[in-house]
Design a protein around this ligand. Sequence first.
Ligand code: AMP
Length: 452
Amino acid sequence: MSFSTLGLSQPLLQAIEDQGYSKPTDIQEKAIPVVLQGKDLMAAAATGTGKTASFVLPLLELFTSELQYQVRAKRIRALILVPTRELALQVQGNIELYAKHTPITSLAMLGGLDMDAQKEQLIEGVDILVATPGRLLDMLHRRALHLDELEVLVLDEADRMLDMGFIADINKIIERCPAERQNLFFSATLSDEVRDLVKTSIFHAVELSLSADTSSKSSIEQWLITVDKDTKSTLLSHLIKHNDWQQGLIFVRTKHGVAKLANQLQKRGIEAEAIHSDKSQAVRSQMLADFKAGDIQFLVATDIASRGIDIDDLARVINYDLPNDANDYIHRIGRTGRAGNSGEAVSLVSRDDFKSLCAIESRLGHIITRNDLEDFKPRKEVPISILDYVPKNQRSEIIKPQNETQKSKTQNKKTAVNRNQNSTKAAEKSNISASKKPANSLWGSKKTIWDK
Ligand code: AMP
């Protein structure tokens, strides 16, 4: 399939050609026609699948086909909500690229940028606003912006927004949007929390469509190496030097850990920089730009600071430790293997990462290949995972109410775990996290456009 058959007009086709895209990605092929029809959309699409263009291109098409429409002062036609500053800048940068042969205007609104300048830009009205929830609410309270003429609401990386505690902010923003609007909802993973947000806060009774896009998954080769915690940094330096790795994004759970590791690598002559939320927006943006340009070889990052890192040909992601939440692992590895390129995701796993490993491998539905090195064999061995592992905080949900007998509780728990195991496998096929999929949710009962 080509972009021209998707119903996009010449100015957009020209911009796509300028970008060098030869054909639409899976998500674009599926989402663009749905958005053009004005339908609501919910897509399970990981970052790196081309999801940004899948909603930006049809939005631009819809807006350019009504050019006589003049957006009023302090009004916008589309709002794209994103969890982080980096992602806001990245998405707005993409809009500018795709809209360059059209008169459509866009603006990124995020904390850390001058508020007065942003207010001024809004006075004229803007077609598409990309915003983080906090700054947007601030602008709404100051009456620098009104959402009463909003036509399309996009939630990008919705799972991440919930993880970052934006639920109350999102609800406040939605309350200010007109009831009649198009909703486009993108999330790498579809946890129960995400589904609840969809059901109760956003979609009410609107049509749901679900992406089964899995294109990004197969291009990432995942492997791990077991090691003692105290030898991780020596092992990492060894891997970098021995394998002649030229670039990599290294994830560490804490800010402190990020700074420490960058320091250790630098001392061993490896060019590494630390990026985390204590650094100013300007410094972080510059670092990302340098990393993209190849001027920084290894960027050591926390999960949050890494959001919005978008490099088509990033060769590898290194998990220096494993995230507690399996969804974060999916987000992390999605930074490589983008836009049809291949990539590798390497994890350094010590005994205290074991619980996280179980959760991740259960989420993936398979064991990750181990490529252990004799010289770094851990004193504290890392066992092989239990694939039906259920994290402690989710266990209560699979135990029956108190008035049941202990026997039936146990029986029930077993059944739930089995169901969980089966649904995880099924979900992997459709790229949906089904670890706690409710039997009678809208997800289960509605026929969706992309159901196969
Ligand atoms: P996203 O999933 O939106 O973060 O996009 C990931 C990367 O894929 C971005 O750098 C885009 O420039 C690139 N991209 C988007 N669509 C295509 C396409 N059809 N062909 C090749 N690359 C693309």
